[in-house]
Design a protein around this ligand. Sequence first.
Ligand code: DX5
Ligand code: ZN
Length: 211
Amino acid sequence: MKDKILSPSLLSADFSDLSKAIKFCEEKKAGFIHIDVMDGHFVPQISYGQPVIKSIKKLTSLPFDVHLMVERPEECVESFAESGADWITFHQEATVHIDRLISRIHQLGKKAGISVVPSTPISAIENVLPLVDLVLVMSVNPGFGGQKFIPYCLEKVCLLDSMRKEKKYNYLISVDGGINEQNVQSVLEAGADVVVSGAAFFNGALNWEVL
Ligand code: DX5
Ligand code: ZN
């Protein structure tokens, strides 16, 4: 499991003690910290943004894997880059000029990720697959932690894995939503490199070190 990366989602952490939550991530051998940014438009809730990211950045050297669930991400990538995001992932469904935004994120010196919700097929992002560093496959409808895993999303993980082998693409495949001890093996076997986990991880129900 050495080459697989655990990216715990802080959405399920105790917001009154993020320092403790980040220490817990480090102890449990996380490779990234997953930061879910929600704007109340693309998804119904509002979570946290640039000021929070800036202040927790000093607590860890783990890379920040920022998942933008926001409309018009092009308006905020610069400020997220300045706040401490290392990987910036935005949604195919949230903007039009995807190619331009990937270039912008790269110009800012950050890794660029593209995400799709469960109902969006991989064909919608096919043209930009050679350009991105990460593809985030949502395995729940985004917006809330602790939802149930949607199994058909794994077909997209398999497809992305075979496409990158065939075409020599370099993206990491990340899977986000409803991952727990029961389904994590199937996610990894489908070809995921990065496992995002919120509720199961912070409840102690995903024992990454023993996988
Ligand atoms: C959903 C978020 C996820 C989610 C993961 O909108 O993008 O990162 O919080 O948490 P669990 O593992 O609880 O589904
Ligand atoms: Zn997420």
